[in-house]
Write a protein that binds this ligand. Sequence first.
Ligand SMILES: NC(=O)c1ccc[n+]([C@@H]2O[C@H](COP(=O)([O-])OP(=O)(O)OC[C@H]3O[C@@H](n4cnc5c(N)ncnc54)[C@H](O)[C@@H]3O)[C@@H](O)[C@H]2O)c1
Length: 417
Amino acid sequence: MPMANDKIRIALIGAGGMGQGDARDAARVSGVEIAAAADVYDARLGRMKELYPSIATVRDYRELLARPDIDAVIIATPDHWHAHITLDALAAGKDVYCEKPMVQKIEDGKRVIEAAKKTGRIFQMGSQYASAHAFQKISALLKSGAIGELNMVEAWLDRNTATGAWQYSIPPDASPQNIDWDGFLGSAPKRPFEPIRLFRWRNYRDYGTAVAGDLYVHLFTGLHTATGALGPTRIYSTGGLRYWDDGRDVPDVQMGVIDYEASAAHPRFQFVMRVNFKSSKAEEDFGYRFIGSEGSITTDTAKVTLSRVPREKEPGNTADTFSREMEAAYIRAYRERYPLQPATTATLSRPTVQQFTSPHDAHEIHMRNFIDALRTRKPFFEDATYGFRATGPALLCNTSYFEDRVCHWNAETMTAS
Ligand SMILES: NC(=O)c1ccc[n+]([C@@H]2O[C@H](COP(=O)([O-])OP(=O)(O)OC[C@H]3O[C@@H](n4cnc5c(N)ncnc54)[C@H](O)[C@@H]3O)[C@@H](O)[C@H]2O)c1
């Protein structure tokens, strides 16, 4: 177990796009060494050797877990491996940073929570909006009553590129000689070698968790961090496969309509979210809008904009639809009750807009929070329970979509029905 100033030796399991990014963020923290990497595709290990020349590389992650000189692991494999490797790593006495979603199957959530408790190891889910300053700022604004009473939150993530829609590159040399195919499949159904399934694993439910598990988890994490909500009660999701007719068995347009009941932390509100992989927008468009009785807060995480719209000073009227005589009588009575203000005749106060910028990389801060936890032994708040409270509702969006039904979630007990 590393002490405050000890070197921390980390092994990366799954050295693709996110794994390499996570390793880079970890290596930036003083005293951290990326000591080993496991991946089922040899050229990903080759890349790790180029980046970290003294690193040990293996195909089978279990060889790394057996090494006493490894303190912690970063798990950035396809989703269907997350729970399995996490449980193995915790049992081997390693601290774990596991990419979102925490689990592919909802029934594994409590297993991970229990294992983290039982082993006393640090577990943190890699859903970086838990560390994003924007959501902490929004949390403070909501608590201060800046937009009155919250009643609705919208979140969206629109993309318009092939890679944004998960069409990742397939290397021309991919073969059973340089890929441990069974090592990739793991508990997924056995099939003959088919590299597209490894390199574009998100497109298949056997390995990924569709739009909701991939992206809604982020949206739930940011929402929970900002509002203090533990989770929703009712979940409905719809959408379809509209454009990327490339053999995928998951939607490319998906929406969720979610109910949050009132709690000590927040009033009752609705959460409406969407992902669109053919949005015709030039840039990826990502954001949230928190809507209250006296204003709204929007964010793309780089900046937070507060727009205050105080309550109307008078209700207005539609008396011009009455006869002239009745209109005049109505307006006389109305103006006795609501005398004209000297400065303005407007019924609405003017909105005021304030902006807060937050120029930082949430990934990097989230990883720093993990390394801090390794040294202090105090878990960052996105532990397994927090992680599952974002992952569970996201997976239920898939249940709702694929089974065409409304799902129910008890956020306190983390049980679905
Ligand atoms: N936090 C974020 O913003 C964020 C962003 C992207 C991806 N992710 C998550 O990171 C994870 C990886 O995504 P990615 O985009 O890097 O995918 P990727 O396909 O680029 O990388 C996955 C890597 O895992 C390897 N792999 C597969 N099975 C393995 C096994 N059994 N043992 C070891 N390695 C194995 C693959 O060969 C590949 O190199 C996913 O769970 C994804 O949801 C998170």
